[in-house]
Ligand binder design. Structure first.
Ligand code: NAD
Length: 735
């Protein structure tokens, strides 16, 4: 038996091995065609009396499947939004039928009467793992990774995941895994009873066959009489312990902002009260509902489609061939330089790490040693790998070592003169084909490029701290930056597995501009007497990962002070609210420089005690009572001020592609992910509603909330940012 995507071989024992290997793709994904073929194949195997059982396996080395095809999901969204106005009921019914296809098909496997074993040879995510869960047995290769990550893109596992996982493992572990979208190692999945056996990769098919030959039952436990749930019934003593805790955990983790997460809790709770077929229908109803939410549409677009497109280099100049960097030079082995060196060495690049003297350079390299030792201690890296990693980094004060570098990144002090001196030294040894990048956070790239003989090869690559954790980089184009430089910069960023956004040169680039607005809004609330705990909580309820005062502490209060002074120097005294300046200056004068000083807006007592807001802050301003402060409005102020700043960057042409503002805002500063990012937040509610909201806030809190002319125009015309700014040739990628 052979079809486009599957081959089937039947051995002498009647065991059919189905191998899924999609031609021309590096990874298997579920498309409509794949499901059609699988359906036909399933019927044929069931009808063939000679077939006693089947193994579902993948022909792709090290990977089973990445899950559902993006385009299939996007078609679902598009079809629904195009047809819903004409006949909503019919559109929902079609959505239910189409999105449920996978769920029904896996149930068909489960009840086909012949035993199926999933042979999980590697990465097995989403719908693929749900297929495996519907099989009668599961064997996984050591090293395979599996999970149901749908919640991370605003959805949830809607092909049986929410029903089979809590029928196979205890409710608490099931909910944790589903709500977090955790990726499991094969061993962890085995411990959770989600796979039956973990074996060495080359024994995978043999063991799968052995499982079938041993007489695997083609009936799942929940289809037998007397089935007992692993944690017992929902209405039982055990259930009474689990469920109240679930409700509070859910609220704490999600603040009830994510319809996908909410649906998981409901599906598990309601589904466990019912037989599997009814439970699967309930799951499908919730799935159909979640697909209709703005959150799901926006999150799928930004976190799935756009993030992938950008990571693959959607904004890379098309005509420039790919470069394979071998050696990268980094000058300035301080906080940032050391982090960039580690990220590059982890990606297998040779790194030349330069500082003023050997001691300073060594100190930068020592950072990698600490991080690697940490991984070794946690069992996540072998000692040999850690040694190889360190051997890739050459720490030296000698610029001659840069002669072989294809890219040099400067990360010295934020001082124009120091940077100019370093640039001249690098230029004297740099090959003519190499690219030079600055990691400056505030100095315009165009002006720094003036100190370099060939400004076409000069570019900004702005990293975020801590470099080893933050997934975003901003690539900043100077006025004279050519095409080679962004291409090389993106190849580097891709190699170290970060996502680049391309930004035109301007003060603060993109992310920092928005983040400063976030902090300023909090300062405004503080000086207005809003209780600081309310400020921090409002931000978290709005969906931000870190409160604005805690964030100011992390990035340093004295840095905020320096930025305010520089802004006043460059743009005039009026550019900074004097009340904000006094607040920050008072903290700095009292040595409250933030987390690094052990005190800032928070106090940081010795562990295990937890940080807490500095009581002195309340004493500085007459405090309002919580009743005097509309909490919802605090939340809106945070999101609106950042979204408005993002809109300004687009209006000014600093950011040219709305996908970059969206992905950049979530990856760069954690902008409420359920919105899909700063721009999708606006598009999601519509320009008109956003403009009205801005005007309301401006009337109450000041003109910083006044909508820009562009927003007013878009509101009048009913336009969206994606409709207006995404070039037609990119629309297919972003729907
Ligand atoms: P840092 O003070 O930790 O490190 C700077 C390093 O540069 C030091 O090790 C110093 O010895 C070295 N240096 C100074 N003069 C030198 C010279 N003439 N030759 C060689 N080395 C020299 O500073 P940092 O926080 O790593 O910042 C570095 C750059 O990165 C700055 O431009 C900063 O604006 C930018 N940046 C910082 C952050 C952040 O969060 N800290 C984020 C993004 C970008």
């Amino acid at each position: 038996m052979i079809s486009e995507n599957f081959t089937v071989e039947i051995d002498g024992d009647g065991i059919a091995t189905i191998t899924w290997d999609m031609p021309g793709r590096s990874m298997n994904v579920f498309t409509e065609a794949v499901m059609d073929e699988f359906d036909v194949l399933l019927d044929a195997l069931v009808a063939d009396a000679a077939v006693t059982g089947a193994i579902v396996s993948s022909g792709k080395p090290g990977s089973f499947t990445g899950g559902a095809d993006l385009k299939m999901l996007l078609r679902l969204f598009a079809d629904f939004s195009e047809t819903k106005d004409a006949d909503r009921e019919a559109a929902i019914a079609r959505l239910f039928a189409k999105s449920g296809r996978m769920s029904w098909l896996w149930r068909k496997v489960e009840t086909c009467g012949k035993p199926f074993v999933a042979a999980i040879n590697g990465t097995c995510m989403g719908g693929g793992f749900e297929l495996a869960l519907a099989c009668h047995g599961r064997v996984a290769a050591r090293g395979a990774a599996m999970g149901l990550p749908e919640v991370k893109v605003g959805l949830f596992p809607g092909a049986g995941g929410t029903q089979r996982v809590p029928r196979m493992t205890d409710t608490q572990s099931a909910l944790q895994m589903l709500l977090k979208g955790t990726t499991l190692t094969a061993e962890k999945a085995e411990a959770m009873k989600l796979v039956d056996l973990v074996v060495e990769p080359d024994a995978l098919l043999l063991e799968a066959k052995a499982m079938l030959k041993a007489g695997l039952s083609p009936v799942r436990p929940w289809d037998e009489k007397g089935f007992r749930l692993p944690s017992g019934p929902v209405y039982s003593a055990g259930g009474a312990q689990v469920w109240p805790a679930v409700a509070s955990l859910y609220r704490k983790e999600t603040r009830d902002n994510y319809p996908g997460a909410r649906a998981i809790v409901k599906c598990v709770y309601e589904g466990l009260l019912l037989p599997i077929d009814a439970a699967l229908r309930i799951e499908q109803r919730y799935f159909t509902q979640v697909l209709q939410t703005t959150e799901a549409a926006m999150m799928v677009r930004s976190l799935f489609v756009s993030a992938q497109a950008l990571a693959k280099g959607a904004r890379r100049p098309a005509g420039v061939p790919d470069t394979r960097l071998k050696t990268v030079g980094i000058v300035g082995a301080g906080f940032m330089g050391a982090g960039i060196a580690y990220a590059a060495a982890m990606a297998g690049l040779d790194v030349v790490l330069i500082d003023r003297d050997q001691t300073a350079a060594d100190k930068g390299k020592a950072h990698s040693k600490t991080l690697a030792a940490d991984l070794v201690a946690k069992g996540k890296m072998s000692e040999e790998k850690a040694e190889v990693l360190l051997s890739r980094i050459t720490a030296t004060p000698d610029y001659e070592a840069l002669r072989g570098a294809g890219l040099v990144i400067e990360a010295v002090f934020e001082d124009r003169d120091v940077k100019a001196a370093v640039t001249a030294k690098v230029a004297s040894v740099l090959p003519e084909t190499a690219i030079y990048a600055s990691n400056t956070s505030t100095i315009p790239i165009t002006s720094l490029a003036e100190t370099f003989a060939d400004p076409a090869r000069f570019i900004g690559i702005h990293f975020f701290s801590p470099v080893e954790k933050m997934p975003l980089t901003e690539i900043i184009l100077g006025e004279k930056t050519g095409e080679q430089a962004p291409a090389r910069a993106m190849d580097f960023v891709r190699a170290i597995r970060k996502t680049p956004i391309v930004v035109n040169d301007s003060r603060g680039f993109f992310a920092n501009r928005c983040v400063l607005r976030y902090m300023n809004e909090a300062f405004d609330m503080v000086v207005d007497g809003v209780p600081p705990a309310m400020i921090e909580n409002a931000a978290k309820f709005a969906g931000m990962p870190v409160g604005p005062l805690a964030l100011t502490d992390e990035t340093a209060v004295d840095l905020a002070h320096r930025i305010m002074k520089a802004t006043m120097r460059d743009l005039g005294e009026d550019a900074v609210d004097p009340r904000h300046f006094r607040l920050v200056e008072t903290l700095v004068n009292e040595g409250r420089h933030g987390r690094k000083a052990g005190k800032g807006f928070y106090d940081y007592p010795e562990k295990p005690a937890k940080k807490h807001l500095w009581p002195g802050l309340k004493a500085m301003y007459p405090q309002k009572t919580p009743d005097e402060v509309p909490f919802e409005e605090l939340k809106q102020r945070f999101l609106v001020t950042m979204a408005l700043e993002a809109a300004r960057t687009m209006e000014e042409g600093v950011v040219t592609d709305p996908r970059e503002a969206d992905v950049g805002s979530i990856f760069g500063f954690g902008f409420a992910p359920f919105t899909g990012g700063t721009i999708s937040y606006i598009d999601g509610m519509g320009a008109k509603a956003f403009v009205d909201l801005c005007d309301r806030l401006a009337d109450r809190h000041g003109d910083r909330f006044r909508p820009t002319p562009l927003l007013r125009e878009m509101a009048e015309r009913g336009e969206t940012f994606y409709g207006r700014f995404l070039p037609v040739d990119r629309k297919g990628e972003a729907a």
